[in-house]
Design a protein around this ligand. Structure first.
Ligand code: FES
Ligand SMILES: [Fe+2]
Length: 445
């Protein structure tokens, strides 16, 4: 449970809000670089943290991100002509460069120098790992990019899938650090995971049965290890505050004298990792909409083409009902996520097809911005409680002038999630054992 006041502080992201200011201390992934394929290619509409913007690649290949409406009489610059180092408004021809300078003002006499007095709001961008990143915070606080393992591997070793969820980013993100929901929401009545993700992964090879996946195109833990998760719906937890956010672990029962550990990472301000080669980014479009980035990577070998293809177009694609035109799922609240009640009776736990659709059905179904004052949290919500507390405390601390350390130390992001069966049954202090520490460090970094 969270007071309505704290809930509002945690979820509202527009300019000037507590959380909005916090998020604006970090670089934000905005869209894949290929969306602006070349110099003077078509501009792109962007909505980020409640701000409407337009992105364009100028004649020299630089990416500009400026306010969506022309500073003259507020016509939308998205319709503009992208030509010769600037975006020209179609209403009266005023032209803006990537830094928001007015470089041509054909309707005004040159001697008035009015051109020098007007500026479009603009934000710095940079491209890394095939993504355009933007920084919307104070110029003097601009940090380095986070140093994630998935950003360091070659392009052939990773892929991204994005889609939109129609709810607040914290609400969407909480589902990723909820260690027990998979045994229900993503299961079938036979007690196993219902999609064929394991078969897809096994085909790609390289799974080690301790779940310590160190590459070879592997995406997820082994099927036999996942049975520990399905076999123990009430694991025990330990959580640790870190420079970058929190590290948390759920210990599921395993063979006598051992535990099956799943170690999760929440990294400021919107990254979650629950596997050593798969993670998510939860980017607020505004208070009630989130862009979800699913990142998959391999450490050693390129990801086989059939795995990449399968994730996008196969029988069980990563996001099965995505509408490419809108980025939204076709499965929505309005059509009850295509829930098949007969299938739910006979076989599927939910009757909803697709992991992302199942997740979306529950997080969007709560409403776009959930009032958490009516929740009743249990021990299984331990990691979520810790993440909320840390997120709120960090944002409140910034409100009192304390800058977030992680924003300036990109190397703290060189961590990974992992899973594996370990000897011993001690819970407290587990994350500080040498074995656990070693596994949480990136290999490529
Ligand atoms: S509104 Fe853009 S040039 Fe007039
Ligand atoms: Fe899920």
């Amino acid at each position: 449970m969270l007071s309505t006041k704290d809930n509002e502080l945690m979820c509202r992201v527009g300019p000037g809000t507590l959380m909005g200011n916090f998020l604006r201390r970090f670089w934000i992934p905005v869209f894949p670089s290929e969306d602006l394929p070349g110099p003077d290619s078509d501009p792109k509409e962007v909505r980020l943290l409640g701000q409407d913007l337009v992105a364009f690649r100028d004649s020299s290949g630089r990416v500009g991100l400026i306010e969506a409406l022309c500073p003259h009489r507020r016509a939308p610059l998205f319709y503009g002509r992208n030509e010769e180092h600037g975006l020209r408004c179609i209403y009266h021809g005023w032209k803006w460069d990537v830094e928001g300078r007015c470089v041509d003002m054909p309707t005004e006499p040159a001697e008035f120098n009015f051109q020098d007095k007007v500026r479009a709001e603009s934000y710095p961008t940079q491209e890394a790992a095939g993504i355009v990143w933007a920084y919307l915070g104070p110029p003097d606080k601009r940090p380095a990019l986070p140093d994630f393992e998935w950003m360091r591997v070659p392009a052939s070793h990773r892929y991204y899938i994005t889609y939109k969820q129609r709810c607040n980013f914290v609400q969407a993100m909480e589902g990723d650090i909820d260690p027990v929901h998979g045994g229900f929401l993503h299961s079938n009545l036979a007690g196993s995971r219902e999609d064929s993700i394991f078969e897809r992964i096994l085909k790609s090879g390289g799974i080690k049965d301790d779940g310590l996946v160190r590459g070879k195109g592997a995406i997820w833990e082994s099927k036999s290890n996942y049975n520990y998760v399905l076999g123990d719906h009430a694991p025990r937890y330990t959580v640790k505050d870190t420079d970058y956010g929190i590290m948390a672990a759920a210990a599921h029962k395993a063979e006598e004298g051992s535990l099956y550990w799943r170690v999760y990472q929440w990294l400021m301000p919107y990254h979650t990792m629950f596997s050593s080669v798969h993670g998510h980014l939860w980017i607020p479009i505004d208070d009630e909409n989130t862009m979800v980035w699913c990142t998959s990577w391999s450490v050693d070998d390129p990801i086989p083409e059939e795995v990449r293809w399968g994730a996008l177009h196969g029988e069980w694609p990563h996001v099965g009902t995505k509408d490419p035109a809108t980025g939204l799922l076709r499965a929505t609240r309005e059509n009850h996520f295509f829930q098949d009640k007969q299938w739910q009776r006979d076989e599927s736990y939910t009757g909803i097809r697709g992991t992302r659709e199942q997740d979306t059905a529950v997080v969007e179904g709560m409403g776009a911005l959930l009032d958490r004052s009516r929740e009743h949290l249990g021990t299984s919500d331990t990691i979520i409680i810790a993440m909320r507390r840390r997120l709120l405390n960090l944002a409140k601390a910034l409100g009192k002038g304390k800058e977030p350390v992680a924003a300036t130390k990109s190397k703290v992001y060189r961590v990974r999630a992992w899973a594996g069966r370990m000897e011993g049954d001690a819970i407290e202090g587990f994350l500080d054992t040498p074995d656990a520490k070693e596994r949480a460090v990136t290999v490529v970094g």
